[in-house]
Design a protein around this ligand. Structure first.
Ligand code: ZN
Length: 1299
């Protein structure tokens, strides 16, 4: 007989009397008692004389078959308490195993004594696949935690049809323990949610009761998250209770027992609370019937709370009056209490106010003992806006302390900034009435802030785990091959497709369920068939679609046999997207499941044999070559494709269209396009095969497919998509027209094709295990897009452009607190799409190695063969760069007294540090340092000279340079050294550098001399980019940064100018609000012959209002409008002409350019015109552009132009109001707001310094008119490709051998 049942509850008997009773009971139960009388006394005292109770942790050794049990006091929060009492208990251990399954014997099997912190049990089980479960029937007063493996064994039992092997009380115990252990930080939330997942099968009251205790805690806190985040949680819980809801039903049954009714009340309460549509609808129906005729439509007592509350929530004041009347007239006390506790649910503001008044009224019919029900029903179920409006309207009727109490109740319920500011306004303007100091006023509202803080930190971690649970498939089954038959119907009246798929699956773990993805389609479940290899049909017991998880689950009567293959046949009818006039596909990240039922996760690779039925007027194209075309069907032509290599679902593609194709001579590469765009395909088809050849050369791995098709798709939602063997593009990223497309367009096309081709190796051949490793693909593809383009377009100085356009852009994007580390937990479709942002693209591109730890391990092995004595761990180095947010700034402080020495320290670079940041992570990196001096001027050797380790804040360098010599760190700001060249292919220039004033001044004076080209062109760009950004972050004074820019009067290279203009664009936008100061900033420089530089300088000259530039631009467009067909504006200056003329012009220019846009047949030209159209409208962009661009980028553009606090508030409220609609763009929007805020802060603190500096400079107006006439010479620079690529090649070779 377990003693703990009696450990509480007797408050009259003397402790010793109770002990004696227990002792007797104990001796009765155990005829051969193992504990002495003294020990028994101690058992008793350990439970009565100490606070709290223990958690025991069960850790198994699966090799030895032993179990270690440890005890410690269970605390929900680990406060820094001074209680140093040694809490230990006598813990009566009971347990069973999967083999034994004995849940009836609750006798103590072993004692964990008060003197024991740990105990080893050796006889429990030797079967590794057995779970063990402690605290049978939860007869002991303690919690139990397990090692992860044992939790998983228990969870897999619960997630099977045999979940009832574990009795309801222990299912409830596992839930209750797991919720509380997770809350206390002792259990990972991912374990908790894989446990709660089993609730989808659960219909028993006892476990559900425990589950809702846990969910309730999370619900009241997570509902302070944003609507979209909170809905993840709501939908998850709703998806779990679907079966219980369906089993119990809304209506009572004559067969119901007592517990069924308790259970129904519980399940309905939560279903309705979380917004279950059927529940709310039924409750409302019942309520309306009840209101219309109370006697005829009585509500069953156990349904009343649900019906009344949700009915009130969808009713006007009349519903409230009926219930209020009933509460006063009933003579049944329980009924009265029930109604009083629920009237706060009303959706009628005046009724809510009337009700709150009752709780203060002298004449209320409510008895004193029930008064508290009024306010608690309002604060539990009511609309917080009614509470706020009550406070605003009625505060003078209430005492200050009553109002204060209402305010703090309301503050705890607030969800939005808007709600908060209303209440805060009230408090601020009524401090006198409320009788509070400023400090007290703030603390009245403080729970709003702490709730929000919890929601954005702990809450968001929890939601990440919920998403993981929702969006991942079980690992029991994997696909091997698909045979797909699709017939798209492109007719006006029938825009859908018929499909059939046969999937060959492998069974990895015991299961009787096949769960796969299917979305936006009708499955003909009657046709579904599962057969084993010899053709035997498996009996299906049920089919289930889950909209939230986008899954289709087939449950079989018998279990599938592990290691056997089965065939799953599914017939379905899918929908073509209605904005397309041709059937093309875009499956990344999660859309293959809309085309056919499949295991739609990147790591679940298989082979695919595709068959497409089409009308004879169309053609089809897919990943593979057509094997044969079958014309035997009179209605449909069938294209039968070769089977693909093993690949991920998201890379599949097909296109059914009336497009034409342009081919290369070898007929192995083609571009499909609209019939009238043939002339625009010649540039891209010319570079395509050479780009593939360059990839083959670099990787040493041949292109696996026999052909490469590309397609230019009008209105393509993604920019381009790397489907294996059939790459799809937005038109402007592949079609090029010499007469209207610019040099920048041309470069964009070449690099986009290169990028997508790089993915044919990085991503298609080697795929990410999950989307959180997207940067790995994107990193390599971004890297290669530059370097294989350089192979094909040899005079474009691509290597230098990489530094200013990728490295410096990534540095700029990655320095806000909202940045995410490159390896990020992503799960939901929205998350997956947000990780494909500029951070993944550019930062990933810069790192020359990748995240996945197996990759690092492989790299380390390779590294050691070249550097056998190195103590550097590649794994450690790379982890600091890929798992932490942001990047470092190193500060070089030279000591000119002792001479030749310097301290180099590292810290995270942030543009702004918010005071209330909760991020206390200790950011440190392994930083490969390179540097040179005025004496040596060696900018070409870029091997790492010394490491600044992640364990070091600061290091000392000796013998650096003479006192009057400058030092420059981070040579060329780029990955250049290689595996072959001995040291470190890990070299990464991904950091900023700051110096002491003396060194900065030495650099400045060298830059301002005729010898400025001694400093490498990339380091001139780096010095500009670093110094201006350091100044922006407040780390360096603007005087110094701007003094560096002075040397630009000598500079005639595009690369440093590009960096300078990027940084200037920030300064310029900041000063727009201040006309006089802005005038001073008009300074541009001498003309250059480079086409890109001309565009850049002209843009600036015109943007800064340089009169000669503006009038030239207006003149050009006026000529064009007067005679559209005779006047040609050179492509490279057209953006400047259009934008300037629009900004300075009016209706006429807008109409003309809009018409040009509408009639343009060239993608690149359309984008150019569209961008120009934005010049005339400022903040109206969103409305005028309506759906034409990416909202996220547009918001970023707006944020960059914000120069006043008012504009920022407008932007913030726009984002807040449209959070749901913004969807995937929310992260981008928040970053935009942070940027804007940082910018405003900067203006406030630095305006005076900036203006002073600008006044000192005398603006010289350059001669710009000649710039409008382009010359034909271009700066021709021979590119040497970084030997680092050899490392990448060896990686690919490694991967090939290790799929
Ligand atoms: Zn990509």
């Amino acid at each position: 007989m377990p003693i703990m049942r009696w450990s509480s509850g007797n408050d009259t008997a003397e402790a010793n009397d109770l002990f004696k009773a227990l002792e007797e009971q104990y001796k009765e139960d155990f005829t051969n008692p193992e504990l002495s009388d003294e020990e028994l006394q101690d058992v008793f005292e350990s439970w009565t004389l100490q606070m709290g109770y223990p958690v025991i942790t069960v850790t198994r050794d699966y090799t030895l078959g032993t179990v270690n049990v440890n005890q410690e006091r269970f605390l929900l929060t680990n406060s820094s308490s001074t209680d140093d009492h040694d809490y230990k208990w006598w813990v009566p251990l009971t347990f069973t195993t999967k083999t034994e399954k004995d849940f009836t014997n609750t006798a103590t099997k072993e004692w964990l004594k008060r003197t024991e912190e740990n105990k080893q049990l050796t006889t429990l089980t030797t079967v590794t696949s057995d779970w063990v479960l402690f605290n049978i029937q939860q007869t002991g007063f303690y919690r139990v935690n397990y090692d992860t493996t044992n939790w998983k064994l228990l969870i897999s039992q619960l997630n099977s049809d045999q979940y009832e092997v574990i009795p309801p009380v222990n299912r409830a115990q596992l839930l209750d323990d797991a919720f509380n252990l997770a809350r206390a930080g002792l259990l990972d939330y991912s374990i908790l949610f894989s446990l709660t997942d089993y609730l989808a099968r659960e219909t028993d009251y006892i476990p559900w009761y425990a589950a809702f205790n846990g969910f309730s805690f999370l619900n009241t806190r997570l509902n302070k998250a944003t609507d979209s985040e909170y809905s993840v949680f709501k939908n998850y819980v709703l998806s779990l209770l679907e079966k219980a809801y369906a089993t119990l039903g809304f209506e009572e049954k004559t067969t119901d027992g007592h517990v069924d009714r308790l259970n129904r009340n519980l399940i309905l309460t939560w279903a309705c609370r979380l917004g279950h549509a059927d529940c709310i609808q039924k409750a409302t129906q019942h309520f309306n019937a009840f209101v219309s005729d109370q006697n005829a439509n009585k509500v069953a007592p156990d349904l009343q709370s649900v019906v009344y509350c949700n009915g009130l929530g969808n009713s006007d004041g009349a519903g409230f009056d009926v219930l209020w009347e009933k509460a006063q007239s009933t003579d049944v006390s329980t009924e009265q209490v029930l109604i009083l506790g629920i009237l706060g649910c009303t959706a009628h503001e005046d009724s809510a106010h009337k009700y709150i008044n009752q709780s203060y009224s002298e004449e209320t019919p409510i008895r004193q003992q029930d008064i508290s029900l009024v306010l608690s029903s309002v604060t539990s179920y009511g609309n917080v806006d009614f509470l706020t409006s009550y406070i605003q309207k009625h505060y003078q009727d209430r005492s200050p302390s009553q109002v204060r109490s209402l305010i703090s109740s309301a503050a705890n319920l607030l969800r939005s900034e808007d709600q908060f500011s209303k209440l805060e306004d009230f408090v601020q303007s009524n401090k006198v009435y409320l009788d509070v100091t400023d400090e007290q006023a703030t603390s009245l509202l403080s729970s709003y802030h702490s709730n929000k803080a919890w929601a954005t930190t702990t809450g968001s971690t929890i939601l990440t785990q919920v998403k993981q649970q929702i969006y991942r498939l079980p690992t029991t089954i994997s696909p091997a091959n698909y045979v797909i038959r699709l017939t798209p119907h492109l007719e006006e009246d029938r825009f859908n497709f018929d499909g059939e798929v046969t999937i060959t699956i492998n069974v990895a773990e015991y299961t009787n369920q096949i769960v796969l993805h299917a979305s936006d389609m009708v499955v003909d479940t009657a046709a579904t068939q599962v057969t084993n290899n010899d053709g035997t049909v498996q009996t299906i017991s049920s089919h289930e679609r889950n909209e939230l998880r986008e899954t289709y689950t087939i449950t079989l009567v018998d279990s599938l046999v592990v290691d056997q293959q089965y065939n799953v046949y599914i017939k379905f009818l899918g929908n073509l997207r209605d904005d397309m006039w041709l059937a093309s596909t875009q499956f990344e990240s999660t859309y293959a499941r809309r085309a056919f039922p499949c295991f739609d996760e990147p790591s679940l690779k298989a082979t695919f044999q595709i068959n497409i039925g089409r009308s004879s007027t169309y053609t089809s194209v897919s990943n593979m070559k057509i094997e044969r075309t079958d014309t035997s069907d009179p209605n449909l032509v069938w294209d039968i494709y070769q089977t693909t290599p093993v690949m991920s679902t998201y890379l599949l593609a097909f296109l059914v269209s009336d497009f034409e194709k342009t081919e290369n001579d070898a007929q192995d590469t083609s571009v499909w396009h609209r019939a009238d765009a043939a002339s625009q395909a010649s540039y891209s088809i010319g570079v395509s095969r050479p780009l593939i050849d360059a990839m083959v050369t670099f990787t040493g791995v041949t292109f696996e497919l026999e052909k490469m098709d590309q397609a230019a798709i009008p209105d393509f939602s993604a920019g381009a998509m790397e489907n294996w063997g059939l790459v799809t593009y937005r038109e402007r990223l592949i079609l090029f027209d010499e007469t209207v497309s610019t040099s920048a367009d041309k470069q964009g096309i070449a690099t986009t094709i290169a990028h997508e081709f790089a993915h044919q190796w990085f991503g298609n051949l080697v795929s990410p295990r999950w989307w959180s490793y997207a940067w790995l693909n994107e990193g390599f593809a971004t890297y290669f897009e530059w370097f294989i383009t350089a192979e094909v377009e040899k005079d474009w100085r691509i290597e230098d452009q990489f530094v200013i356009k990728e490295v410096q852009v990534a540095l700029a994007a990655d320095c806000l607190e909202s940045s995410h580390p490159m390896t990020n937990l992503v799960n939901s479709p929205a998350d997956i799409s947000s990780i494909f942002d500029s951070i993944s693209y550019a930062k990933g591109g810069h790192h020359n190695t990748a995240e996945a730890s197996d990759l690092f391990t492989a790299l380390h092995t390779t590294f050691l063969t070249v550097n056998p004595s190195s103590e550097i761990s590649v794994i450690d180095v790379m982890n600091t760069w890929t798992t932490q947010m942001g990047y470092p700034v190193i500060t070089v402080n030279r000591n000119y007294d002792t001479g030749r020495t310097a301290k180099v320290k590292q810290e995270r670079f942030l543009l702004t540090t918010s005071a209330d940041s909760s991020d206390d992570h200790d950011y440190k990196w392994w930083i490969p340092l390179t540097f040179t001096t005025n004496a040596s001027k060696d900018f070409t050797t870029t091997q790492t000279q010394i490491w600044l380790k992640a364990s070091e804040n600061e290091i000392d360098l000796t013998d650096i340079a003479a006192n009057d010599d400058w030092v420059i760190f981070n040579k060329q700001q780029i990955v250049t050294s290689s595996l072959i060249s001995t040291c470190c292919y890990l070299s990464t220039g991904f950091y900023r550098v700051n110096y002491d004033d003396t060194n900065w001044n030495l650099i400045i004076s060298h830059l301002n001399s005729d010898q400025f080209t001694d400093i490498h062109v990339l380091n001139r760009a780096q010095l500009l980019d670093d110094s201006l950004n350091l100044a922006r972050a407040g780390i360096l004074d603007y005087q110094t940064a701007l003094n560096i820019t002075k040397y630009l009067s000598r500079e005639d290279d595009y690369i440093p100018w590009y960096s300078a203009f990027t940084a200037f664009s920030f300064l310029d936008a900041r000063l727009i609000g201040v006309e006089e100061e802005y005038q001073l900033f008009k300074k541009t420089n001498e003309p250059h012959t480079d086409k890109l530089l001309r565009n850049l300088v002209l843009t600036w000259a015109c943007n800064l209002g340089l009169e000669s530039c503006v009038s030239a631009a207006k003149e050009k467009l006026a000529q064009k409008i007067a005679s559209p067909s005779n006047v040609t504006i050179p492509a490279d200056v057209s953006s400047v002409v259009y934008c300037t003329a629009l900004r300075e012009g009016g209706e006429e220019e807008w109409t003309f350019l809009k018409a040009q846009y509408d009639s343009s047949n060239v993608g690149t030209e359309q984008v150019l015109l569209l961008t120009a159209l934005g010049c005339s409208t400022g903040t109206q962009i969103i409305t005028n552009y309506g759906g034409l661009g990416t909202i996220g980028s547009i918001l970023k553009g707006i944020a960059a132009r914000i120069s006043t606090q008012e504009q920022l508030i407008k932007l913030q409220s726009f984002v807040a109001e449209n959070e749901a609609a913004l969807g995937d763009a929310v992260t981008a929007s928040k970053q935009a707001i942070e940027t804007a805020q940082a910018n405003l802060d900067l203006v406030a603190s630095n305006r005076a310094a900036l203006v002073t500096w600008l006044r000192e400079q005398s603006p010289a107006a350059p001669e710009v008119t000649t710039l409008f006439t382009p010359t034909t010479t271009q700066g021709a620079t021979c590119i040497t490709i970084s030997t680092t690529l050899i490392v990448l090649a060896s990686l690919v070779a490694y991967w090939r051998g290790n799929p």
